[in-house]
Design a binder for this molecule. Structure first.
Ligand code: NDP
Length: 297
């Protein structure tokens, strides 16, 4: 039995952060200032606080300025919109990221729509989604952009390959499908209403699973030699110490007997997301300063 390759997303992300750091130094020399990323955290959600702390540390490690804005869960929608407006007009800030989810009383889509599309480093603004869909230069959501980087690194030219994306969210599934289409793949999007999902996945040369269901994609669904990108992050409570473990949307151990290559969970797509966020911030800084997009990013 042959065993597929495990794609090392952690190492790829570290390489990408190194390239970003080089680009930051070159930008600072040209523009006379560092690129800046502002992260807005509303409320006390511990997981969100950890993400924001990590983002801040990595932003500083690449040589960029990191600005953190912590607000209580009780903040009014108007006050949050005022903060976004301030950041939109702050010249030191090239990227604005609002950590999701927001408290229930705040309309998430109104907050995302208030971000200047030129500073929308998460790529969630409808202007950026529309540009991506129509093949224009856009700020693209970090997780799917990270997935396409891993795929191109593994497979080279993706032209003509059959790709199946499982999941149709605005932050992963839909932009992922657009990116694969832009690479001239033949793309199918599967979701919770899809019939006979196993046989649809079995057609694919590339499978991207972004569902949020532990090990839903079974090994026997995978066509021999396919490349699998597992976006899912699911906690399962089946360990003896009661701490549980993190698994993806793909049954990795089974899949390894079928795949050419697969991203592990953890250590696959996860580390790419923050690295691409830093990349997007550097790209936004160049565009705002009227400079050409840095090479190799
Ligand atoms: P959403 O919950 O927004 O979307 C899930 C999608 O999966 C929906 O389109 C849903 O279909 C589909 N789905 C649900 N059940 C099934 C099923 N049984 N069969 C087929 N499709 C199904 O999740 P996200 O897109 O935000 O995230 C997906 C996963 O990726 C999560 O585990 C999340 O934690 C992880 N993630 C990881 C990131 C990283 O950095 N590695 C970043 C972002 C997300 P329908 O639309 O019909 O309801």
């Amino acid at each position: 039995m042959t065993i597929g390759k495990i794609i090392d997303g952690k190492a790829f992300a570290a390489g990408l952060r190194d390239k970003v750091a080089e680009g930051v130094a070159a930008f600072a020399a040209q523009a006379g200032r560092k690129p800046g990323l502002a992260v807005v955290l509303v409320g006390e959600d511990p997981a969100s606080a950890v993400y924001v702390r990590n983002k801040g540390k990595m932003t500083v490690a690449t040589g960029m300025e990191s600005y953190e804005f912590k607000r209580p869960a009780s903040i009014g929608a108007d006050d949050l919109l005022d903060l976004i407006e301030e950041l939109n007009h702050d010249d030191r800030v090239d990227g604005i990221l609002v950590q999701l989810p927001l408290p229930a009383h705040i309309d998430e889509s109104a907050v995302l729509a208030a971000i200047d599309p030129a500073k929308d480093v998460d790529g969630f603004h409808v202007v950026n989604a529309g540009k991506l869909a129509t093949g224009q230069e856009a700020l693209v959501p970090c997780t799917p952009l990270g997935c396409i980087m891993l795929l191109k690194d593994e497979l080279g030219d993706l032209t003509g390959l059959e790709a199946v994306v499982v999941g149709r969210s605005n932050i992963v599934g839909k932009p992922m499908a657009q990116l694969l289409l832009a690479e001239s793949c033949t793309v199918t999007i599967a979701h919770s209403r899809t019939r006979d999902i196993a046989s649809i996945v079995h057609r694919a040369d590339i499978v991207v699973a972004a569902v949020g269901r532990a090990e839903m994609v079974k090994g026997e669904w995978i066509k021999p030699g396919a490349t699998v990108i597992d976006v899912g992050i699911n906690r399962v409570a089946d360990t003896e110490d009661g701490k549980g473990r993190i698994v993806g949307d793909v049954a990795t151990a089974e899949a390894l007997a079928h795949v050419r290559a697969i991203t592990p969970v953890p250590g696959g797509v996860g580390p790419m997301t923050i690295a691409v966020l830093l990349r997007n911030t550097l790209v936004a800084a160049h565009a705002r300063a009227g400079l050409a997009k840095p090479d190799g990013l």
